[in-house]
Design a protein around this ligand. Sequence first.
Ligand SMILES: Nc1ccn([C@@H]2O[C@H](COP(=O)(O)OP(=O)(O)OP(=O)(O)O)[C@@H](O)[C@H]2O)c(=O)n1
Ligand SMILES: O=P(O)(O)OC[C@@H](O)[C@@H](O)[C@@H](O)CO
Length: 227
Amino acid sequence: MSYIAIIPAAGLGSRMGYGKNKVFIELKGKSIIERTVGLFEEDANCTGIYLAVREDEAALMEEKLSAYPKVKGVFAGGRERQDSIYNVLKEIPESDHVFIHDGARPFASPKLLNEVYEAVITHKAVICGVKVKDTIKRVDGPTVAETLKREELLITHTPQAFDYRLIMKAHENARRRGLAVTDDSSMVETLGESVHIVESDYNNIKITTREDLVIAESIIAGRGESK
Ligand SMILES: Nc1ccn([C@@H]2O[C@H](COP(=O)(O)OP(=O)(O)OP(=O)(O)O)[C@@H](O)[C@H]2O)c(=O)n1
Ligand SMILES: O=P(O)(O)OC[C@@H](O)[C@@H](O)[C@@H](O)CO
């Protein structure tokens, strides 16, 4: 048993305001995308890594990732994250399990990858996430519509892992129905399938805005990483 990893890295990084794709930002001498790919390169259960990239960045990406032998394919991304993942899904060899992990999430721990992998062997769809620390309210413009029950909420992270056929079916169904979603599990939920939850950790951030870079530097410093 093993899995294939799909890494969407074809975003614009517009919320980062870096002027180019944020996955190329270097953190202590190593780009975000190299750090993310490195997680799967090191995971013995992962047999291949496939990325979605922006067409104009394909050459740069291939050069950056030349030191990672598990990278087996780099495909053109699409308009939305969901399209990028579908573009890769339809190109990869059929396998038992697929992990989908944001290119911009470089701190997923080996323990988390292992727990998600163990879970996907018995459950066909697995996500990970952490408990909400703040009180979350649903709003209607400038007015509170409802205060949600915190114990029923989960901050969702990646990796999300799936039975290959199930995630393919979920993406195809979403495309047919014109569903636009921000994570892959939502498409599986639409099929009425149950989705298992594994606990993630608060270091597994998605680097989205400038302040996330400060957090990222501090996570790296806390690990005492040598260059
Ligand atoms: N069309 C897209 C959009 C996003 N992504 C990838 O999906 C991951 C999560 O998306 P997000 O953090 O939103 O990245 P961006 O879309 O780059 O950021 P923004 O929304 O601020 O432009 C990132 O690794 C990003 O590269 C992708 O492959 N294809
Ligand atoms: O910020 P975006 O909506 O582009 O992407 C969000 C997704 O990456 C996100 O939903 C998963 O990482 C799970 O949280």
